[in-house]
Design a protein around this ligand. Sequence first.
Ligand code: PNS
Length: 170
Amino acid sequence: MKNAVYPGSFDPMTLGHLDVIERAAKMFDTLTVSVLNNKAKSPLFSVEERVNILQEATAHLDNVKVDSFSGLLIDYCKKLGVHVVIRGLRAITDFEYELQVAQTNRKLSNGDVDTLFLTTSLEYAYLSSSSVKEIACFGGDIRQCVPAFLVQKVYDKFGITAFKQEQQNT
Ligand code: PNS
């Protein structure tokens, strides 16, 4: 069995994340998408909410499981018996950080955990969870950024109901 883990904050997940999940799911027998439970950060969505959102977004993918983890990624990989970590790369700015983390994980795991990078599809290259939050907090249009079922959930976090009502009226 070829298994992989796709870890991240997913706060919130974007269509760019979903694109990586769909492509990685074709390459492996199982793909575990796992939300980092990072107590140092104050996220927009709780870990439980993010897990539920990812489950809904990946319901059409039979070999994708959604989970959460805390602590070191390599320890989580060991627990699952997984040797491959998936990460998406949008631009050269991602590369420097991702390379360092991938090499650290390889070193810490004594070569047991490798990272496989998928380049983001061009249509999502500009997308990030941070920009989704910034656009949404000012009531901007995030319909090209996140799955349709998630759009209003993000606005709700900022107390914005007007966008939905305007859309319904047009
Ligand atoms: O979506 P993100 O925030 O870019 O995801 C980052 C993530 C969760 C992959 C990374 O922060 C992580 O694996 N954190 C767990 C702690 C760890 O193992 N760090 C690697 C050693 S530097």
